[in-house]
Design a protein around this ligand. Structure first.
Ligand code: PMP
Length: 459
């Protein structure tokens, strides 16, 4: 589909600049330069346009972040007004400003439990690094600096700073740029479809939670600072744990007095039909990270919500906490995040995802491709889903290594006006929360068509 802004010379010009000077994240830049990056020019609602005039349905909400959709004037105006009033000031020099203080209150108004204090950062990775330093420092304040082991999971994604990389469980990342941060341990992921064999979800949930207890006992309960996990693993392929998993994890953390940290960078701000994924999955963390949906991706901002136990320790302690960023609580990003949370409340978006569009999307997706020959399993909740592509539905046998089914499928999606991400052989979806019923229908039609094309390509 073409529109008036299409211009092939824009494509060539931007691609040339890009190839000459831009190094892309998580990309083989040399290979990309040869083929030329797709140039995105503008966006509205749930759609993007590229410089060739193609209209693309954004099934990933950018990178899991544009929750309130593109082109929201409320967010644009909030940035504009704040730019004029106070474009920047820091919060280091015993100073504050209205946007950061108000945003802390807005976030605390939607966080569960006693997560009442907020520390600001600019990215999910920085928020994770903040949690890592904070939980270790918490135990130091308690006179137990040796409690510094952080336990996380295989196939977890917690960002790509050295802290986030070390904490995450992605082998491809661990192999580069090491050595990693010490005193991090990992346990298995709760991937029922892929790793449970004949076990029921319930049995597998218990087994995977028990792995935490075993690890705590192995390294010594008195050495463990915290357990960190995404409520639903996102970049690992959208892995929804068995329903009993997180309640068991919480019990184990309580039993051994291990702090429980939720990485809500993807699940936060409505993605699963609650403000935070931990509410959907049934646990209450001591501390949690958030980013992405906090500003619907309009400006970079992230935060750590800190429970009373931890915040009281820091607030009651004599020392400074020697941590923070030039742009912690940036006023313009904060103003946008305030406007975003207010817009979410005004539009009742949590209810829309929980009771209306989320169930509709999950059902439509299953109707469209649940029986497709390529599809082994679909899992998801709210507006996030992961689809396992397999060679054999009955045995769950994967494709051989020479068939990169995920990439083949992703390329068909790109060519057919849909952005869908591939994580190995899992296809993932995370559309803007404002998506309409008609747009969900269109999305599911496109998924079906692209799965058909993928099947043709590999047959
Ligand atoms: N944690 C999780 C769960 C994430 O999904 C991500 C990003 N996808 C991050 C942390 C890192 O966030 P950022 O890319 O903003 O540093």
């Amino acid at each position: 589909m073409l529109d008036n802004n299409s211009n092939s010379s824009i494509t060539a010009d931007v691609q040339a600049l890009d190839a000459d000077h831009h190094m892309h994240p998580f990309t083989n830049t040399g290979a990309l330069n040869k083929k030329g990056a797709r140039v995105i020019t503008h966006a509205d609602g749930v759609y993007l346009w590229d410089s060739e005039g193609n209209k693309i349905l954004d099934g990933m909400a950018g990178l899991w972040c544009v929750n309130m959709g593109y082109g929201r004037t409320e967010l644009i105006e909030a940035a504009n007004e704040q730019m004029k009033q106070l474009p920047y000031y820091n919060t280091f020099f015993q100073t504050t400003h209205a946007p950061v203080a108000q945003l802390a209150k807005e976030i605390a108004s939607v966080t569960p439990g006693d997560l009442n204090h907020i520390f600001f950062a600019n990215s999910g990775s920085e928020a994770i690094d903040t949690i890592m330093r904070m939980v270790r420092q918490y135990w130091s304040i308690q006179g137990k600096p040796y409690r510094n082991i952080i336990i996380a999971r295989e196939n977890a994604y917690h960002g790509s700073t050295i802290g986030g990389t070390s904490l995450g469980g992605m082998g491809g990342m661990h192999n580069q740029g090491g050595p990693l941060v010490p005193n991090i341990s990992r346990i298995r992921q709760p991937y029922w479809y892929g790793e449970a064999g004949d076990m029921s979800e319930e049995e597998f949930g218990i087994l995977c939670a028990k792995a935490l207890e075993e690890k705590i006992l192995e390294v010594g309960p008195d050495n463990v600072a915290a357990f960190v996990g995404e409520p639903i693993q996102g970049a690992g392929g959208v892995i929804v744990p068995p329903a009993n998993y997180w309640t068991e994890i919480q019990k184990i953390c309580t039993k051994y007095d291990v702090l429980l940290a939720a990485d809500e960078v993807i699940c936060g701000f409505g993605r699963t039909g609650s403000w935070f994924g931990c509410e959907t999955l049934g646990f209450t963390p001591d501390i949690m990270s958030m980013a992405k949906g906090l500003s619907s991706g309009y400006l970079p901002i992230a935060a750590v919500a800190v429970g009373d136990r931890i915040s009281n320790a820091f607030i009651g302690h004599d020392d400074d906490f020697n941590h923070g960023f030039t742009y912690s609580g940036h006023p313009v990003a904060a103003a946008v995040a305030i406007a975003n949370i207010q817009l979410m409340k005004k539009d009742n978006i949590i209810d829309y995802v929980a009771k209306d569009i989320g169930p509709y999307f999950q059902q439509k997706l299953r109707e469209a491709v649940g029986e497709h020959p390529l599809v082994g399993h679909i899992e998801g909740v709210g507006l996030v889903a992961g689809i396992a592509l397999v060679k054999d539905k009955a045995t769950k046998a994967p494709f051989s290594d020479d068939i990169d089914v995920g990439m083949i499928c992703r390329d068909h999606c790109f060519a057919n006006g849909l952005i869908m991400r591939a994580v190995g052989s899992r296809m993932v979806l995370s559309p803007p929360l404002v998506i309409s019923h008609a747009e969900v229908d269109e999305l599911c039609d496109k998924v079906q068509r692209c799965f058909d094309l993928t099947l043709q390509s590999i047959s």
